[in-house]
Design a protein around this ligand. Sequence first.
Ligand SMILES: Nc1ncnc2c1ncn2[C@@H]1O[C@H](COP(=O)(O)OP(=O)(O)OP(=O)(O)O)[C@@H](O)[C@H]1O
Ligand SMILES: [Mg+2]
Length: 287
Amino acid sequence: MTWFASPTDVVERLTATGYLADAATATTTFLAGALEKPMLVEGPAGVGKTELAKAISRATGAELVRLQCYEGLDEARALYEWNYKKQLLRIQASSGDQEWSATHDDIFTDEFLLTRPLLTAIRREEPTVLLIDEVDKTDVEVEGLLLEVLSDFQVTIPELGTVEAVRRPLVVLTSNASRELSEALKRRCLYLHLDYPDAEREREIVSSQVPGLEDKVAEQLVATVGRLRELELKKAPSIAESVDWARTLIALEIRDLDDKAVNDTLGVVLKHSSDHDRAIRELRLRK
Ligand SMILES: Nc1ncnc2c1ncn2[C@@H]1O[C@H](COP(=O)(O)OP(=O)(O)OP(=O)(O)O)[C@@H](O)[C@H]1O
Ligand SMILES: [Mg+2]
């Protein structure tokens, strides 16, 4: 399957599903499909990393298979595990009237396999987008596991043999860069750094997601968010927060984002009290 015809095709089809991609995002997405290489998307929280994978799935009609990474994620949760309970039942049911070797062959078959996202994605015959989300949250050992999947698109199950992908999924890995990923993993991926969008694109994103937002207030909002991001905050506002803010302004019927309006609604964008204080001080907001 050709995923996308060109970077322009990426922009058009993602836009149609509500995701506004910049040139670098479009090119990397196009290449990930054309070269069948996983793409690693790195950047701060809330800039649209996870959403990109979802948008690709929507735009292409490919099903999204998601592996959410976390500390302590292991092979049994990421790849597959044997259904021990069912195996035990089968052993009990057949004990006595069957040789052990026959029972053994019996219980290590597909019927007793619980497939987890990586194996599921590899085995699917239909087009698939595999999202490996927040890969920096896992332990380094899981990266070893990913390497086999991402370089050869295969999984080895000792009792069953090697399962090769019938159809390669388009793989998107996301990371907040909370730790350095291994060179081996990076080498297998195309790299995309996603950052906060420029004011114009952010205004487009906000306006497309919040219909009814007037241009003037959209511009004020995006400019204020931009200023907040320049301050040294514990947690800078993300695109998701800009969108929330726009919804808030609509709900409160605020048509002019003046100092008072910012002050009254700052809790939607800043989630730490120290950030709050700093913003009020530095933006010299009057109550
Ligand atoms: N380019 C974009 N076009 C449209 N919407 C966007 C875009 N970028 C971000 N968004 C909006 O921002 C929200 C947050 O994005 P997303 O959940 O993908 O962030 P993230 O980068 O995965 O953050 P985290 O690191 O916290 O998981 C999305 O739900 C979407 O509404
Ligand atoms: Mg995410």
